[in-house]
Design a protein around this ligand. Structure first.
Ligand code: AMP
Length: 404
């Protein structure tokens, strides 16, 4: 059976999933896996469709030095031991810059363009691109598709896309891109089935995971995001501060003597829930900890979600529904309840039992704004994009072949 490999490569790990293309055209998840500990103690783990462990293997560090080598090892394992030889690979790429409003087939010139956005996502983009480059070199005929976290937001109005900076900076790419687009696109695609009554309306989606943002959807399209030029803006996250007065950055440079590299490390790895609590970047750990600093970090997170919901409600000129997704949004009734109570002024009223049960609709029947929990699936979104680009490619080829 034809399969599609989906990858999500980071600095020290690469996650992958395999989807089988069923005869009816549906995509069925067959394998979930990851190689983590790249650069320290590489370990390949994967489970099958029924969550049974398929492999759990560690490697010498010098055998798996980088992300590209890690993905090559996972690919060899899939081919040799599971007889899975994907017909295409879909890659998650964090930044598509101003150029890409949809996924694109990977070529040398596409890679060259995407390298320009490394400074905009320094902790993600280089690792996203590395496996694409090495696969293009070793298996040039294997179709690869780059799917961007920014693409879904490219339809934003000029008002939403600008900072109040000289226009020359906008022209060179300093724009409010927005991220988590594959997650929001998946949610927008799922709403017509799970909540058809609100799918075409004004919906705020809160993607609350270790990275966190919110998106304003209207008719299933993104009109505003809490994230901007990089993935540092908006909500506080596991290790990132969220919205910050740029004056703080100036202070860190002038008074603390931080270099660009130190600042980058500080803002991406030492702030957010971790910095504020001094305990952990992990929401579950914070909720289980009795230290008041943990409770303060949780309260801060909830407060900022509420503030940002107000901003998105203003962008939409009203709210018809609210959707929670990602690790915290899908799994924490407590945080959902705390956020909902901050949104009561907007007309949100939760059904405590439905919320505790993680049901799809968790608001009371008389809540003016209905609230839903919709699990996200960025990997399935990437697999769908990869398949549709392949199919477009084969249609284009067959129509070219027919042209005299
Ligand atoms: P993600 O990045 O989407 O995988 O989400 C990771 C975040 O979700 C981490 O902060 C986890 O602590 C948090 N999370 C997962 N399950 C729960 C839970 N049951 N309660 C609170 N937070 C959770």
């Amino acid at each position: 059976m034809d399969t599609i490999l989906v990858t999500n490569a980071g600095s020290s790990s690469v996650k992958f999933q395999v989807f089988a293309l069923e005869p009816n055209g549906a995509l069925k998840r067959e394998v979930r896996g990851q190689v983590d500990g790249i650069g320290s103690r590489p370990r390949l783990r994967a489970t099958g469709a029924n969550r049974a462990v398929l492999v759990d293997r560690t490697y010498e560090n010098d055998k798996l030095r980088d992300v590209a080598a890690a993905l090559a090892t996972a690919g060899a394992w899939l081919r040799e031991e599971l007889r899975i030889d994907p017909i295409a690979i879909g890659h998650r790429v964090v930044h598509g810059g101003p150029d890409y409003s949809r996924p694109v087939r990977v070529t040398a010139s596409v890679l060259h363009r995407l390298e320009r956005y490394i400074p905009l996502a320094p902790l993600h983009q280089p690792y996203n691109l590395a496996p694409m480059r090495s696969i293009l070199a070793s298996m040039p005929s294997l179709p690869q598709v780059a799917c961007f976290d920014t693409a879904f937001h490219r339809g934003h109005s000029a008002l939403a896309d600008h900072y109040a900076l000289p226009v020359s900076l906008y022209e060179e790419g300093v724009r409010r891109y927005g991220f988590h687009g594959l997650s929001y696109e998946y949610i927008a695609s799922a709403l017509p089935q799970v909540a058809p009554e609100i799918a075409a309306k004004r919906v705020i989606v809160a993607h609350l995971g270790s990275g966190a943002s919110m998106c304003a959807l209207e008719h299933g399209r993104s009109v505003e995001s809490t994230l901007g030029f990089t993935a540092l803006d908006g909500l506080p996250m596991g290790t990132r501060p969220g919205q910050l007065d740029p004056g703080v950055v100036l202070y860190l440079i002038s008074e603390k003597g931080m270099s660009p590299a130190q600042l980058q490390d500080f803002l991406y790895r030492e702030c957010g829930l971790k910095g504020l609590s001094g305990i952990s970047n992990d929401m579950r750990e914070l909720q289980e900890n009795s230290d008041p600093r943990a409770a303060f970090a949780v309260d801060y997170f909830v407060y900022r979600v509420g503030l940002n919901a107000g901003m998105l409600a203003a962008a939409l000129q009203g709210v018809d529904a609210f959707v929670f997704t990602a690790g915290i949004g899908e799994n924490s009734p407590k945080i959902r309840a705390a956020i909902a109570s901050r949104l009561s002024w907007l007309g949100v009223s939760l059904d405590a039992a439905a919320n505790a049960d993680n049901r799809t609709k968790i608001s009371r029947s008389d809540s003016r704004v209905p609230v839903y929990v919709v699990p996200t699936d960025e990997e399935l979104m990437i697999a769908r994009h990869t398949l549709s680009l392949l199919q477009e490619g084969s249609t284009a080829q067959s129509s070219t072949a027919r042209t005299p």
